[in-house]
Design a protein around this ligand. Structure first.
Ligand code: OOG
Ligand code: NI
Length: 453
């Protein structure tokens, strides 16, 4: 029987989730159509340069999903399910601190980390955990009732978790078990029709729409699945032309004439979906909820810590394209030379010899024509954009009391909950760059390498 490796499980799961979501949210299918059109038009117009940050095949298949969980136990279980598919927790996002509208969650993203795994299938899931212990949002009483409610629900079937553990240990599953794994995993994230306790849901909604979405129902669901486009301004215009109500803006860096960096995102408003509600007297009636929406993203080059600091400053200023040009070099080469963005380097094989040896640092290697640079794509998320995406789709901000002290729930705490290392995105990009520079040095100075080893 064929053996299905983690990346194949991941690719199949992403496809299966996309099919389910398309059936549930028809506007998602419109978004996919518009995205495909935009990507094909960009490649036709710009040629190979359009694929510099990912082949058309990768970009067309690329998705990120978002899920929201209620308890540390649920998060640890999700980590096992994603672990089976070669997806590791990367990055810590504290959206409770997001201005101007805090969201009562802390988050991470599960994604492949190795370059070859990302190339095979880069599926990632932004995963948020409700901060029930945070007094700025929840009283002691509400925390207790939320915890009681959440403790009684089961998001991931024991059979799914057993398969996940086997898959992670053995780096894959035999075909029949793989089918079952994908089926159960997809089912865990599909919307269920079970009636919602109306009083409980509405009480939570008054505190926070996110709290209601997470703690007001007995299951979880993917709340969006995001395709990637090569030109997000063009996509935004096309969706509006199709009469779809988009949120006010594109989040993240502005459009400018330099290379795409980090991540730009936008979305259409959550659509009203029919849901059944149970009243206190036991009667069931139909109403609707707006929780699931369509988002789209454009990815750019990963920034170094210095580049990221510049981005954060520009964002805080609300800077437009002009300020960007003053603050950041508008070419890949400039970004590489100033060490503001991440690249991998490759030796130039036929560089004419001129008696000089290769210099030590990347910028000088580039200037001397020793190497070519390839941009590393940003594979992660942006906390301010994430909070903006949450808020723009969940109606009003609910209530919170900033006078209260926040509970800890830091990155170390989250790693403990996961029982896994929480990778630092910048460290992952830096590792990739260093590995390529190591290979460059070995190729350019073989003798030095030999005498050292
Ligand atoms: C997650 C929002 C964050 C993104 O793309 O920044 C996110 C959520 O709505 O649950 O997906
Ligand atoms: Ni998203």
């Amino acid at each position: 029987m064929p053996f299905i490796e983690p990346w194949r499980l991941r690719a199949r799961f992403a496809r299966s989730l996309s099919e389910t979501y398309g059936r549930e949210v028809p506007a998602y299918t419109t978004l996919l159509e518009a995205s495909r059109e935009v990507n094909e038009a960009v490649v036709a117009a710009r040629g190979a340069e359009a694929e510099r940050l990912g082949s058309l095949d990768r970009v067309t298949a690329e998705r990120h999903g978002a899920i929201r969980l209620g308890t540390p136990r649920e998060l640890a279980e999700a980590a096992r399910v994603f672990g089976a598919m070669g997806m590791r927790p990367v990055g810590y996002y504290d959206l409770r601190e997001a201005a101007p509208t805090p969201v009562p969650v802390v988050s991470t993203a599960f994604r492949p980390v190795a370059a070859d795994e990302l190339a095979r299938n880069p599926f990632r899931v932004f995963t948020s955990l409700l901060a029930v212990s945070d007094r700025r949002f929840f009283t002691v009483d509400l925390q207790r009732r939320l915890e009681e409610f959440l403790a009684r629900r089961v998001l991931f079937a024991p059979e799914l978790l057993a398969l996940a553990d086997r898959a992670e240990r053995a780096h894959g599953l035999p075909a029949a078990d793989a089918d079952r794994f994908v089926e159960l995993a997809t089912r865990s994230f599909a919307l269920t029709g079970a009636p919602i306790d109306e009083d409980w849901y509405r009480e939570l909604e008054r505190v926070s729409a996110v709290a209601a979405d997470i703690g007001g129902v007995k299951s979880t669901h993917v709340n969006h699945l995001t395709p990637r486009v090569l030109d997000i301004d063009e996509l935004y215009a096309r969706m509006r032309d199709r009469g779809i109500e988009m949120i006010g803006a594109i989040q993240g860096p502005p459009r400018w004439d330099g290379p795409d960096v980090l991540l730009r995102q936008t979305s259409f408003r959550a659509l009203a979906e029919p849901r059944a509600f149970r009243r206190a007297d036991g009667s069931v009636h139909r109403s609707s909820l707006r929780v699931r929406f369509g988002e789209v993203e454009a990815r750019g080059i990963a920034l170094t810590a210095a580049g990221r600091a510049a981005y954060d400053e520009l964002r805080a200023e609300g800077a437009g394209a002009e300020r960007w040009r003053e603050r950041l070099p508008a070419t890949e080469r400039g970004l590489a030379a100033a060490d503001l963005a991440f690249f991998t380097y490759e030796p130039v094989r036929d560089r004419p010899l001129d008696g000089t040896g290769p210099p030590a640092d990347a910028a000088a290697l580039l200037d001397g024509g020793w190497v070519t640079a390839h941009p590393i794509v940003y594979e992660d998320f942006l906390p301010a954009s994430a909070a903006g995406i949450f808020q723009s789709n969940l109606g009003d901000g609910g209530s919170h009391d900033i006078a209260q002290r926040g509970s800890d729930l830091g990155a170390g705490w989250l790693a403990g909950v996961l029982g896994r290392e929480l990778a630092d995105p910048i460290a992952l990009y830096a590792e990739q760059r260093e590995a390529s520079l190591g290979a460059v040095r070995r190729a350019l100075t073989p003798e030095a390498h030999l005498t050292r080893s």
